[in-house]
Design a protein around this ligand. Structure first.
Ligand SMILES: [Zn+2]
Ligand SMILES: [Zn+2]
Length: 263
């Protein structure tokens, strides 16, 4: 059994871990090294077992802890080539770190095989990841994306667990306090996924046989876990889709470690 663990999730910072038999990888690190390290210690994850770091894109809520965290470590970091260029050009990772372009056909990192796929977002490049473990478990994750197309759905499906963004409730964003330019950015095709967009994708994934869904990167201002979960139930009812009892949908917590998910 592998485990997916969200350490923290949202525009204030994102970080999660995929672990199997003690060995683990980290996906993104948007809060300080101190906060991240203390969460890892509480989970019993030792840095000597860290196999590598995946970075989805260069926005600060995904990378701001990396430089300090990696200061005394020798682990490889993987992302898309434009993201890696940005990290190098802006000295956002220490010079000794082996920064590698993720191979889209599959890169082996310890017991994990990682396939990156592109997602639409207003960054140099943004990647989702499909992860297969030596033990035969599989998951996919897509955070920070403006829309979901068939190609992305294909990458998110056929796995034991899918983690997908459910950033905002359409009405909370529309009538909320954000300035117009920010509302436009968030709801654009290179912004974030609304609960409606995320629920549609989720239902397609469930129809394809995914049993475990986890919602990530919820907005603090424009969403609540209850609204995101209700949207899925309502979308299913509206479209006559039956949600089987063995399907679980969980929401990542903002500032705390979310109960680990076995997959
Ligand atoms: Zn983000
Ligand atoms: Zn972003």
């Amino acid at each position: 059994m592998a485990r997916y663990i969200s350490l923290y999730s949202g525009s204030s910072g994102n970080c999660s871990v995929v672990e199997e038999n003690g060995k683990f990888i980290i996906i993104d690190m948007g809060k300080s090294a101190r906060i991240t390290n203390s969460a890892l210690t509480r989970l019993g994850l030792e840095l000597k077992n860290l196999q590598g770091i995946l970075v989805s894109h260069e926005h600060s809520d995904h990378i701001s802890g990396l430089k300090v965290f990696l200061k005394n470590l020798h682990v490889p970091l993987f992302s898309g080539a434009p993201t890696n260029d940005y990290l190098r050009d802006n000295a956002l990772v220490p010079g000794h770190i082996d920064v590698q372009d993720l191979n889209f056909t599959g890169t082996n990192i310890g017991p994990f095989n990682i396939q990156g796929f592109e997602t639409p977002h207003d960054s140099a490049c943004c990647l989702g990841f499909k992860i297969r473990t030596d033990g035969g478990s599989s998951m996919s994750i897509a955070t920070d994306l403006g829309f979901v197309n068939e190609e992305i759905l294909k990458n998110l499906s056929g796995v034991d667990l899918t983690v997908i963004e459910s950033n905002y409730d359409v009405n909370m964003l529309k009538y909320g306090p954000y300035p117009y330019y920010l509302k436009s950015r968030i709801s654009s095709n290179r912004g974030h996924l609304s609960n409606i967009q995320s629920s549609r994708a989720t239902l397609r994934l469930v129809e394809d046989g995914v049993k475990k869904i986890q919602l990530c990167h919820l907005s603090n201002t424009n969403n609540t876990p209850r609204l995101a979960l209700e949207r899925i139930k309502n979308s299913a009812a509206e479209n006559g889709i039956y949600l089987p009892d063995d399907v679980t949908v969980k929401v990542n917590r903002r500032h705390e470690v979310t109960q680990p998910t076995e997959f």
